[in-house]
Design a protein around this ligand. Structure first.
Ligand code: SAH
Ligand code: F3S
Length: 434
């Protein structure tokens, strides 16, 4: 009987891919298969996120719960960004934890498994050329890392401290991975990096061809079998005209762009060290919409960054009203250890922060209701990728709308034209017309 792995993944798409890499290594090298039952597991992994403060005691109470439920012989490992920044402290506080593996040390999973109390959290470790074994949760959509780490120094962000400096993965490795995914049936690839359109600035060796992100997109779009390309996250600062033109005119690139705004105030953006102004952001949206009118735009916004005045917040609302984002991920600012903003003293009162967040969310919901009602009766090409409850199958439009229809698993991995019959905030319902 194979050994069983239980893995919990928190946080971003990159963590999801890191978990797939660990599952692949543990399967190939150590003979593990996954289980949804902690009680059956021989190894329990928690792949953590530290972007916003999740009270540390919550991690430890969860670990305590795992420790009570697990088989006596089962091991527990803490991985990901919180592993990178707390390191040894995790084992000091929870001595039953067997190892700690940082977000930039995923390839060492088999190694730490056999060393009790191992702590591998080196953020200078370069695994940009490590050949992971293949494993994908979904056969229809393939996540592919194109870089590790982040070179930006946004003052609120812990990621450069947990994932280290940015290194691009050589383009031939990415192209080969995409070809393998296509051969295994994936028609969509999803490129991942903290700052994807900075791709190509630095490789682990100067011998690698200096390919930029636009060129990488062109090369990937030539692969037979790959019909859709998505990526996250691009940085507004690096959205030059060449990139926007390629995005607009390359038919394989999905017309959905994530443009993390963070704040609409040029003063706050400066304090955040984002490298662009309110005007630059609006100018990039205008350029994008002028060459690609159907594009859907999503964003991330932080409210109540230290020093954010009512006027600064109004600038954010102004951008939201002007751009009419199709989706907003919004957060209250959360001070993070080892970031510059942690030392800023002009923090915003928590009651004001909550008020701003709920104002932002409710005013965006009103905008969204007006945008989405227009989809009624429209037809979208949907790539189906998930079975839902009550005989529904769901997928996404090119513009990233989640759409479901009545149907069965034969639809999975297929494209169909769907006419929208019902509009909801998160999901649209429709009927197949072709
Ligand atoms: N490069 C990635 C950023 C990863 S963090 C990207 O552009 O998507 C994901 C999001 O979390 C950020 O865009 C930001 O909106 C939010 N975030 C990061 N640090 C934060 C903090 N200290 N407090 C609140 N939100 C934060
Ligand atoms: Fe964080 Fe800014 Fe990089 S948000 S991940 S430091 S681009």
């Amino acid at each position: 009987m194979s050994k069983k792995l239980f893995i919990e993944t928190l946080g971003c798409a990159m963590n999801t891919r890191d978990s797939e890499h660990m599952i692949a290594q543990l399967h190939e090298k150590e003979g593990y298969t996954t289980t949804q039952n902690i009680e059956d597991a021989d190894l329990i992994l928690i792949n953590t996120c530290s972007v916003r403060e999740r009270p540390v005691h919550k991690l430890f109470s969860e670990l305590g719960g795992f420790n009570k439920k697990k088989k006596p012989s089962a091991k527990i490992g803490v991985c990901g960004c919180t592993a990178s920044h707390l390191g040894e402290e995790i084992i000091k506080k929870a001595p039953y934890v067997n190892f700690v593996l940082g977000a930039r040390n995923v390839s060492k999973i088999s190694e730490v498994l056999h060393k009790d109390k191992a702590v591998e959290i080196d953020i200078n470790y370069d695994e940009s050329e490590f050949a992971f074994d293949d494993f994908r949760t979904s056969p229809y959509k393939a996540f592919i890392n194109i870089s590790i780490g982040c070179d930006k120094k946004c003052t609120f962000c812990i990621v450069p401290k947990t994932r280290g400096d940015e290194i691009s993965i050589p383009d031939e490795l990415i192209v080969n991975e995409a070809k393998r995914a296509a051969k295994n049936g994936a028609k969509e690839i999803f490129l991942l990096g903290q700052n994807v359109n900075n791709y190509g600035r630095r490789f682990s060796s100067s011998e690698h061809e200096k390919v930029n992100f636009t060129e990488l997109l062109r090369r990937l779009s030539k692969i037979e079998g790959i019909e859709r390309i998505r990526f996250t996250s691009p940085h507004p600062f690096h959205m030059d005209d060449e990139f926007i033109e390629e995005f607009a005119h390359n038919p394989k690139i999905c017309k959905s762009m994530h443009m993390p705004l963070q704040s609409g105030s040029t003063k706050v953006l400066k304090d955040m060290k984002r490298g662009y102004t309110k005007e630059w952001f609006l100018n990039r949206v205008e350029k994008l919409r002028s060459v690609c009118p159907e594009v859907s735009i999503s964003t991330d916004i932080i409210v109540a960054f230290p020093g954010e005045s009512d006027e600064d917040f109004s600038d954010t609302i102004d951008v939201v009203n002007k751009v009419k984002f199709d989706q907003i991920f919004s957060f209250k600012y959360s001070p993070r250890p080892e970031t510059e903003a942690e030392h800023f003293t002009n923090s915003v009162d928590d009651a004001v922060a909550s008020e701003r967040l709920s104002y932002l969310q409710s005013s965006h919901n009103e905008l969204l209701d007006a945008i989405r009602v227009k989809y009624l009766g429209q037809t979208f090409r949907v790539y189906f990728e998930a079975l839902n409850k009550d005989n529904f199958v769901s997928g996404r439009s090119d513009t990233n709308l989640v759409i479901k229809v009545k149907g069965s698993e034969e639809l999975l991995g297929q494209f169909r034209d769907v006419k929208i019959t019902k509009v909801g905030r998160a999901v649209l319902t429709g009927e197949i017309v072709a």
